[in-house]
Design a protein around this ligand. Sequence first.
Ligand code: SAH
Length: 408
Amino acid sequence: MESKVRLVLKRNEEKRLRGGHLWIFSNEVDTQRSPMAEFSAGQVVDVFDHDGKALGSALVNPHSLICARLISRKAGVKPTPGWFKKRLKRALELRESRDDNNGHPHHNGRCYRMVYSESDGLPGLIIDRYDTVLVGQLNTVGMDALRPVIEKALVDLLDPAAILWRNDSQIRELEGLEREVISGPGTLPDSVELLENDLKFTLALDQGQKTGWYFDQRANRERVAPLLAQCEEVLDLYSYQGAWGIAAAKAGAKKVLCVDSSESAVDAIPGHAKANGVDAHVSAVKANAERYMDSLLEEKARFDAIIVDPPAFAPRAKDVGQALKAYRRLNEKALRLLNPGGLLVSMTCSAHIHEERYESLLLQAARHIDRDIQVLMRLEQGPDHPVHPAIPESRYLKGRLIRVLPSF
Ligand code: SAH
Protein backbone atom coordinates (compact mmCIF):
# COMPACT_ATOMS: atom_id res chain seq x y z
CA MET A 1 0.00 0.00 0.00
CA GLU A 2 2.87 2.40 -0.73
CA SER A 3 1.60 5.74 -1.98
CA LYS A 4 4.06 6.17 -4.78
CA VAL A 5 1.73 7.32 -7.46
CA ARG A 6 0.86 10.99 -7.81
CA LEU A 7 -2.59 12.14 -8.75
CA VAL A 8 -2.38 15.68 -10.16
CA LEU A 9 -5.42 17.91 -10.54
CA LYS A 10 -6.12 20.33 -13.36
CA ARG A 11 -5.65 24.01 -12.60
CA ASN A 12 -8.21 25.37 -10.10
CA GLU A 13 -9.70 21.95 -9.47
CA GLU A 14 -8.26 21.90 -5.94
CA LYS A 15 -10.73 24.51 -4.71
CA ARG A 16 -13.46 22.14 -3.58
CA LEU A 17 -10.96 20.01 -1.68
CA ARG A 18 -9.49 23.06 0.01
CA GLY A 19 -13.03 24.09 0.88
CA GLY A 20 -13.46 20.90 2.87
CA HIS A 21 -14.74 18.33 0.39
CA LEU A 22 -13.11 14.92 0.07
CA TRP A 23 -14.07 13.80 -3.43
CA ILE A 24 -12.18 14.10 -6.70
CA PHE A 25 -14.14 13.64 -9.92
CA SER A 26 -12.46 12.00 -12.90
CA ASN A 27 -12.81 15.15 -15.08
CA GLU A 28 -10.79 17.14 -12.52
CA VAL A 29 -7.67 15.03 -12.95
CA ASP A 30 -4.79 16.19 -15.17
CA THR A 31 -4.61 12.97 -17.14
CA GLN A 32 -1.55 14.13 -19.06
CA ARG A 33 0.47 14.17 -15.88
CA SER A 34 -1.37 11.39 -14.08
CA PRO A 35 -3.10 9.05 -16.56
CA MET A 36 -5.96 7.15 -14.97
CA ALA A 37 -4.66 3.94 -16.52
CA GLU A 38 -1.69 4.11 -14.15
CA PHE A 39 -3.91 3.67 -11.12
CA SER A 40 -5.20 0.41 -9.83
CA ALA A 41 -8.52 0.13 -8.03
CA GLY A 42 -8.17 0.76 -4.33
CA GLN A 43 -4.68 2.19 -4.54
CA VAL A 44 -3.46 4.86 -2.11
CA VAL A 45 -2.16 7.96 -3.91
CA ASP A 46 -0.79 11.37 -3.03
CA VAL A 47 -2.88 14.21 -4.46
CA PHE A 48 -1.32 17.42 -5.79
CA ASP A 49 -2.73 20.62 -7.17
CA HIS A 50 -1.62 21.90 -10.57
CA ASP A 51 1.30 23.80 -9.07
CA GLY A 52 2.57 20.76 -7.24
CA LYS A 53 1.32 21.55 -3.76
CA ALA A 54 0.32 18.44 -1.84
CA LEU A 55 -3.37 18.22 -0.94
CA GLY A 56 -3.39 14.90 0.87
CA SER A 57 -3.70 11.15 0.51
CA ALA A 58 -6.59 9.46 -1.25
CA LEU A 59 -8.00 6.08 -2.18
CA VAL A 60 -8.50 5.70 -5.92
CA ASN A 61 -11.09 4.03 -8.06
CA PRO A 62 -10.12 4.78 -11.68
CA HIS A 63 -13.39 3.28 -12.93
CA SER A 64 -15.76 5.48 -10.96
CA LEU A 65 -17.00 9.02 -11.58
CA ILE A 66 -15.75 9.86 -8.10
CA CYS A 67 -12.28 8.62 -8.89
CA ALA A 68 -10.60 9.38 -5.56
CA ARG A 69 -11.60 10.19 -1.99
CA LEU A 70 -9.28 11.92 0.46
CA ILE A 71 -8.50 10.02 3.62
CA SER A 72 -6.07 12.60 4.95
CA ARG A 73 -4.95 16.18 4.33
CA LYS A 74 -1.39 14.91 4.65
CA ALA A 75 0.43 13.32 1.73
CA GLY A 76 2.26 10.06 2.25
CA VAL A 77 -0.31 8.53 4.61
CA LYS A 78 -0.29 4.76 4.67
CA PRO A 79 -3.59 3.30 5.85
CA THR A 80 -2.05 0.74 8.18
CA PRO A 81 -3.95 -0.96 11.03
CA GLY A 82 -2.38 1.64 13.34
CA TRP A 83 -3.64 4.54 11.22
CA PHE A 84 -7.14 3.04 11.05
CA LYS A 85 -7.15 2.42 14.76
CA LYS A 86 -6.62 6.13 15.41
CA ARG A 87 -9.44 7.07 13.03
CA LEU A 88 -11.76 4.46 14.54
CA LYS A 89 -10.91 5.64 18.03
CA ARG A 90 -11.76 9.22 17.08
CA ALA A 91 -15.13 8.02 15.79
CA LEU A 92 -15.72 5.86 18.85
CA GLU A 93 -15.02 8.73 21.22
CA LEU A 94 -17.94 10.69 19.79
CA ARG A 95 -20.36 7.80 20.24
CA GLU A 96 -19.14 6.88 23.68
CA SER A 97 -19.28 10.45 24.96
CA ARG A 98 -22.89 10.84 23.89
CA ASP A 99 -24.63 8.41 26.19
CA ASP A 100 -22.79 9.48 29.27
CA ASN A 101 -22.96 13.18 28.68
CA ASN A 102 -25.51 15.63 29.99
CA GLY A 103 -27.23 13.05 32.15
CA HIS A 104 -28.63 11.35 29.05
CA PRO A 105 -31.90 9.93 30.31
CA HIS A 106 -32.07 6.67 28.36
CA HIS A 107 -29.92 3.62 27.93
CA ASN A 108 -28.74 2.52 24.53
CA GLY A 109 -26.23 -0.12 25.47
CA ARG A 110 -23.28 0.20 23.22
CA CYS A 111 -25.47 0.27 20.14
CA TYR A 112 -24.94 2.98 17.58
CA ARG A 113 -23.52 3.87 14.21
CA MET A 114 -19.86 3.82 15.08
CA VAL A 115 -18.42 4.95 11.75
CA TYR A 116 -20.26 7.12 9.27
CA SER A 117 -18.14 7.25 6.17
CA GLU A 118 -16.90 10.68 4.97
CA SER A 119 -18.23 12.36 8.12
CA ASP A 120 -15.76 10.33 10.17
CA GLY A 121 -12.92 10.77 7.70
CA LEU A 122 -13.34 7.21 6.41
CA PRO A 123 -15.02 7.56 2.99
CA GLY A 124 -16.93 4.43 2.05
CA LEU A 125 -16.81 2.78 5.47
CA ILE A 126 -19.92 2.24 7.60
CA ILE A 127 -19.84 0.38 10.89
CA ASP A 128 -22.77 -0.18 13.21
CA ARG A 129 -22.09 -1.48 16.68
CA TYR A 130 -24.28 -3.86 18.63
CA ASP A 131 -22.15 -3.90 21.75
CA THR A 132 -19.79 -6.79 21.01
CA VAL A 133 -20.89 -7.40 17.41
CA LEU A 134 -19.95 -5.10 14.53
CA VAL A 135 -21.81 -4.93 11.23
CA GLY A 136 -20.19 -2.98 8.45
CA GLN A 137 -20.41 -1.96 4.84
CA LEU A 138 -17.45 -1.40 2.54
CA ASN A 139 -18.96 0.85 -0.09
CA THR A 140 -15.92 1.91 -2.12
CA VAL A 141 -13.24 -0.02 -3.93
CA GLY A 142 -10.62 1.55 -1.69
CA MET A 143 -12.25 0.48 1.56
CA ASP A 144 -13.09 -2.92 0.11
CA ALA A 145 -9.44 -3.52 -0.70
CA LEU A 146 -8.47 -2.54 2.84
CA ARG A 147 -10.85 -4.99 4.56
CA PRO A 148 -8.11 -7.09 6.21
CA VAL A 149 -6.43 -3.93 7.51
CA ILE A 150 -9.72 -2.57 8.88
CA GLU A 151 -10.53 -5.90 10.52
CA LYS A 152 -7.15 -5.95 12.20
CA ALA A 153 -7.67 -2.42 13.52
CA LEU A 154 -11.17 -3.27 14.79
CA VAL A 155 -9.98 -6.42 16.54
CA ASP A 156 -7.15 -4.48 18.10
CA LEU A 157 -9.41 -1.66 19.28
CA LEU A 158 -12.53 -3.53 20.41
CA ASP A 159 -11.86 -7.25 20.32
CA PRO A 160 -15.38 -7.82 18.96
CA ALA A 161 -17.15 -11.19 19.23
CA ALA A 162 -17.85 -10.98 15.50
CA ILE A 163 -17.64 -8.74 12.46
CA LEU A 164 -20.19 -9.12 9.65
CA TRP A 165 -19.87 -7.28 6.33
CA ARG A 166 -23.25 -6.47 4.82
CA ASN A 167 -21.72 -5.58 1.49
CA ASP A 168 -25.05 -5.92 -0.26
CA SER A 169 -26.01 -2.28 -0.72
CA GLN A 170 -26.75 -0.92 -4.17
CA ILE A 171 -24.03 1.73 -3.89
CA ARG A 172 -21.43 -1.00 -4.37
CA GLU A 173 -22.55 -1.43 -7.96
CA LEU A 174 -21.59 2.17 -8.78
CA GLU A 175 -18.09 1.26 -7.69
CA GLY A 176 -18.06 -1.95 -9.73
CA LEU A 177 -18.14 -4.12 -6.62
CA GLU A 178 -20.04 -7.36 -6.06
CA ARG A 179 -23.00 -7.39 -3.70
CA GLU A 180 -22.32 -9.96 -1.00
CA VAL A 181 -22.58 -10.72 2.70
CA ILE A 182 -19.36 -11.97 4.26
CA SER A 183 -18.24 -12.89 7.73
CA GLY A 184 -15.14 -11.32 9.16
CA PRO A 185 -13.29 -12.48 12.27
CA GLY A 186 -15.24 -14.16 15.07
CA THR A 187 -18.45 -16.15 15.13
CA LEU A 188 -21.70 -14.36 14.52
CA PRO A 189 -24.27 -15.16 17.22
CA ASP A 190 -27.77 -16.20 16.02
CA SER A 191 -29.06 -12.93 17.42
CA VAL A 192 -27.91 -9.80 19.20
CA GLU A 193 -29.57 -7.69 21.84
CA LEU A 194 -30.14 -4.06 21.00
CA LEU A 195 -31.08 -1.42 23.52
CA GLU A 196 -32.67 1.76 22.22
CA ASN A 197 -34.03 4.40 24.57
CA ASP A 198 -34.44 1.67 27.23
CA LEU A 199 -36.37 -0.59 24.83
CA LYS A 200 -35.10 -4.09 24.08
CA PHE A 201 -34.90 -5.63 20.63
CA THR A 202 -33.46 -8.99 19.59
CA LEU A 203 -32.13 -8.92 16.05
CA ALA A 204 -31.01 -11.63 13.65
CA LEU A 205 -28.31 -9.65 11.89
CA ASP A 206 -27.83 -11.80 8.82
CA GLN A 207 -31.51 -11.38 7.92
CA GLY A 208 -32.33 -7.71 8.51
CA GLN A 209 -32.06 -4.80 6.11
CA LYS A 210 -28.89 -2.80 5.63
CA THR A 211 -26.83 -3.26 8.75
CA GLY A 212 -29.89 -4.38 10.72
CA TRP A 213 -31.25 -1.30 12.46
CA TYR A 214 -32.16 2.29 11.68
CA PHE A 215 -30.05 3.95 14.33
CA ASP A 216 -30.51 7.28 12.57
CA GLN A 217 -34.02 7.60 14.07
CA ARG A 218 -33.09 6.93 17.69
CA ALA A 219 -32.93 10.55 18.81
CA ASN A 220 -36.14 11.38 16.91
CA ARG A 221 -37.98 8.55 18.63
CA GLU A 222 -36.66 9.71 21.97
CA ARG A 223 -38.00 13.24 21.42
CA VAL A 224 -41.29 12.40 19.75
CA ALA A 225 -42.51 9.27 21.57
CA PRO A 226 -43.49 11.13 24.79
CA LEU A 227 -45.80 13.34 22.71
CA LEU A 228 -47.70 10.25 21.54
CA ALA A 229 -48.58 9.18 25.09
CA GLN A 230 -52.22 10.29 24.87
CA CYS A 231 -52.92 8.81 21.43
CA GLU A 232 -55.67 6.25 21.04
CA GLU A 233 -54.73 5.15 17.52
CA VAL A 234 -51.26 5.32 15.95
CA LEU A 235 -50.23 4.22 12.45
CA ASP A 236 -46.55 3.40 11.87
CA LEU A 237 -46.02 3.29 8.10
CA TYR A 238 -42.83 1.79 6.66
CA SER A 239 -42.32 0.46 10.15
CA TYR A 240 -39.49 -2.00 9.48
CA GLN A 241 -39.33 -3.96 12.79
CA GLY A 242 -41.63 -1.56 14.60
CA ALA A 243 -39.16 0.71 16.36
CA TRP A 244 -41.40 3.78 16.07
CA GLY A 245 -44.62 1.94 16.85
CA ILE A 246 -43.25 0.14 19.88
CA ALA A 247 -41.78 3.38 21.22
CA ALA A 248 -45.22 4.99 20.82
CA ALA A 249 -46.96 2.12 22.61
CA LYS A 250 -44.40 2.15 25.40
CA ALA A 251 -45.00 5.87 25.85
CA GLY A 252 -48.72 5.15 26.36
CA ALA A 253 -50.42 5.04 22.95
CA LYS A 254 -53.33 2.59 23.18
CA LYS A 255 -53.47 0.98 19.77
CA VAL A 256 -50.57 0.96 17.33
CA LEU A 257 -50.63 -0.52 13.85
CA CYS A 258 -47.31 -1.12 12.06
CA VAL A 259 -47.22 -1.56 8.27
CA ASP A 260 -44.27 -2.71 6.18
CA SER A 261 -43.90 -4.60 2.92
CA SER A 262 -41.09 -6.79 4.22
CA GLU A 263 -42.33 -10.07 5.62
CA SER A 264 -39.29 -10.67 7.80
CA ALA A 265 -39.53 -7.16 9.26
CA VAL A 266 -43.23 -7.57 10.08
CA ASP A 267 -42.65 -11.05 11.51
CA ALA A 268 -40.20 -9.61 14.03
CA ILE A 269 -42.67 -7.05 15.44
CA PRO A 270 -44.80 -9.23 17.79
CA GLY A 271 -41.66 -10.54 19.52
CA HIS A 272 -40.27 -7.03 19.95
CA ALA A 273 -43.61 -5.81 21.30
CA LYS A 274 -43.77 -8.66 23.79
CA ALA A 275 -40.20 -8.09 24.98
CA ASN A 276 -41.22 -4.54 25.86
CA GLY A 277 -44.55 -5.43 27.47
CA VAL A 278 -46.70 -3.76 24.82
CA ASP A 279 -47.93 -6.77 22.83
CA ALA A 280 -51.53 -5.98 23.79
CA HIS A 281 -51.18 -2.58 22.12
CA VAL A 282 -49.21 -3.31 18.93
CA SER A 283 -50.24 -5.14 15.77
CA ALA A 284 -48.45 -5.49 12.45
CA VAL A 285 -49.45 -6.11 8.84
CA LYS A 286 -47.40 -6.88 5.77
CA ALA A 287 -48.63 -4.54 3.07
CA ASN A 288 -47.72 -1.89 0.57
CA ALA A 289 -48.03 1.22 2.71
CA GLU A 290 -49.66 3.44 0.14
CA ARG A 291 -52.24 0.87 -0.93
CA TYR A 292 -52.92 0.16 2.71
CA MET A 293 -53.58 3.85 3.29
CA ASP A 294 -56.04 3.78 0.39
CA SER A 295 -57.98 0.97 2.03
CA LEU A 296 -57.93 2.77 5.39
CA LEU A 297 -59.27 5.90 3.69
CA GLU A 298 -62.06 3.85 2.14
CA GLU A 299 -62.97 2.44 5.55
CA LYS A 300 -62.88 5.98 6.93
CA ALA A 301 -60.35 4.93 9.55
CA ARG A 302 -58.79 7.80 11.53
CA PHE A 303 -55.63 8.08 13.62
CA ASP A 304 -54.27 10.43 16.26
CA ALA A 305 -50.70 10.06 15.03
CA ILE A 306 -49.08 8.70 11.88
CA ILE A 307 -45.42 8.02 11.23
CA VAL A 308 -44.37 8.06 7.57
CA ASP A 309 -40.78 6.85 7.17
CA PRO A 310 -40.37 5.46 3.64
CA PRO A 311 -37.18 4.30 1.94
CA ALA A 312 -35.26 6.86 -0.12
CA PHE A 313 -37.37 7.76 -3.16
CA ALA A 314 -34.53 9.86 -4.57
CA PRO A 315 -31.32 7.92 -4.14
CA ARG A 316 -29.93 9.84 -7.14
CA ALA A 317 -30.21 13.53 -7.97
CA LYS A 318 -32.15 12.76 -11.15
CA ASP A 319 -34.91 11.03 -9.15
CA VAL A 320 -35.81 14.17 -7.20
CA GLY A 321 -38.75 15.27 -9.38
CA GLN A 322 -40.52 11.91 -9.21
CA ALA A 323 -39.67 11.54 -5.55
CA LEU A 324 -41.20 14.88 -4.58
CA LYS A 325 -44.45 13.82 -6.23
CA ALA A 326 -44.44 10.51 -4.37
CA TYR A 327 -43.71 12.14 -1.00
CA ARG A 328 -46.40 14.70 -1.62
CA ARG A 329 -48.98 12.02 -2.46
CA LEU A 330 -48.13 9.85 0.54
CA ASN A 331 -48.21 12.70 2.99
CA GLU A 332 -51.49 13.99 1.65
CA LYS A 333 -53.01 10.58 2.27
CA ALA A 334 -51.54 10.48 5.75
CA LEU A 335 -52.93 13.93 6.51
CA ARG A 336 -56.38 12.80 5.34
CA LEU A 337 -56.18 9.89 7.78
CA LEU A 338 -55.47 12.12 10.78
CA ASN A 339 -58.04 13.29 13.29
CA PRO A 340 -58.17 17.05 13.89
CA GLY A 341 -55.27 17.86 16.21
CA GLY A 342 -53.46 14.72 15.01
CA LEU A 343 -49.68 14.44 14.72
CA LEU A 344 -47.71 13.51 11.63
CA VAL A 345 -44.09 12.39 11.80
CA SER A 346 -42.99 12.77 8.20
CA MET A 347 -39.50 11.70 7.19
CA THR A 348 -37.39 11.60 4.07
CA CYS A 349 -34.03 9.86 3.87
CA SER A 350 -33.34 11.08 0.34
CA ALA A 351 -29.98 12.83 0.42
CA HIS A 352 -30.90 14.97 -2.58
CA ILE A 353 -34.05 16.51 -1.13
CA HIS A 354 -33.51 19.67 0.87
CA GLU A 355 -35.41 20.08 4.06
CA GLU A 356 -36.97 23.43 3.17
CA ARG A 357 -38.29 21.87 -0.01
CA TYR A 358 -39.66 19.00 2.02
CA GLU A 359 -41.37 21.30 4.48
CA SER A 360 -43.05 23.25 1.70
CA LEU A 361 -44.21 19.97 0.18
CA LEU A 362 -45.90 19.12 3.47
CA LEU A 363 -47.57 22.50 3.51
CA GLN A 364 -48.78 22.03 -0.08
CA ALA A 365 -50.15 18.58 0.77
CA ALA A 366 -52.05 20.05 3.72
CA ARG A 367 -53.39 23.05 1.81
CA HIS A 368 -54.49 20.81 -1.05
CA ILE A 369 -56.95 19.15 1.30
CA ASP A 370 -57.74 22.44 3.04
CA ARG A 371 -55.92 21.69 6.29
CA ASP A 372 -53.74 24.06 8.26
CA ILE A 373 -50.66 22.68 9.98
CA GLN A 374 -48.07 23.63 12.55
CA VAL A 375 -44.46 22.47 12.58
CA LEU A 376 -43.64 21.31 16.10
CA MET A 377 -40.16 19.89 15.54
CA ARG A 378 -37.48 19.60 12.93
CA LEU A 379 -36.26 16.02 12.88
CA GLU A 380 -32.91 14.78 11.65
CA GLN A 381 -30.41 11.96 11.86
CA GLY A 382 -28.96 11.48 15.32
CA PRO A 383 -25.49 12.61 16.39
CA ASP A 384 -23.99 9.19 15.67
CA HIS A 385 -24.52 10.17 12.01
CA PRO A 386 -22.55 13.42 12.04
CA VAL A 387 -22.89 15.70 9.03
CA HIS A 388 -19.87 16.55 6.90
CA PRO A 389 -20.45 20.26 6.34
CA ALA A 390 -18.89 20.20 2.86
CA ILE A 391 -20.91 17.18 1.74
CA PRO A 392 -24.63 17.97 1.73
CA GLU A 393 -25.48 14.33 0.95
CA SER A 394 -24.21 13.38 4.39
CA ARG A 395 -27.26 15.17 5.84
CA TYR A 396 -29.64 12.63 4.38
CA LEU A 397 -32.35 12.19 6.99
CA LYS A 398 -34.74 15.03 7.68
CA GLY A 399 -38.34 15.38 8.65
CA ARG A 400 -40.94 17.28 10.54
CA LEU A 401 -43.31 16.67 13.39
CA ILE A 402 -46.52 18.30 12.20
CA ARG A 403 -49.78 19.00 14.00
CA VAL A 404 -52.95 19.28 11.98
CA LEU A 405 -54.96 22.17 13.37
CA PRO A 406 -58.57 21.55 14.22
CA SER A 407 -60.61 23.98 12.10
CA PHE A 408 -63.48 26.12 13.39
N1 SAH B 1 -39.26 3.25 10.27
C1 SAH B 1 -38.20 2.26 10.26
C2 SAH B 1 -37.28 2.39 9.07
C3 SAH B 1 -37.97 2.34 7.75
S1 SAH B 1 -36.91 2.02 6.40
C4 SAH B 1 -37.39 2.40 11.53
O1 SAH B 1 -37.38 3.49 12.10
O2 SAH B 1 -36.77 1.43 11.95
C5 SAH B 1 -38.07 1.82 5.15
C6 SAH B 1 -38.95 0.59 5.27
O3 SAH B 1 -39.91 0.66 4.22
C7 SAH B 1 -38.27 -0.74 5.13
O4 SAH B 1 -38.52 -1.51 6.28
C8 SAH B 1 -38.91 -1.40 3.89
O5 SAH B 1 -39.14 -2.79 4.07
C9 SAH B 1 -40.20 -0.67 3.82
N2 SAH B 1 -40.85 -0.53 2.49
C10 SAH B 1 -40.28 -0.30 1.29
N3 SAH B 1 -41.22 -0.12 0.35
C11 SAH B 1 -42.42 -0.26 0.98
C12 SAH B 1 -43.78 -0.17 0.56
N4 SAH B 1 -44.09 0.10 -0.70
N5 SAH B 1 -44.75 -0.32 1.47
C13 SAH B 1 -44.44 -0.59 2.76
N6 SAH B 1 -43.19 -0.69 3.21
C14 SAH B 1 -42.20 -0.52 2.34
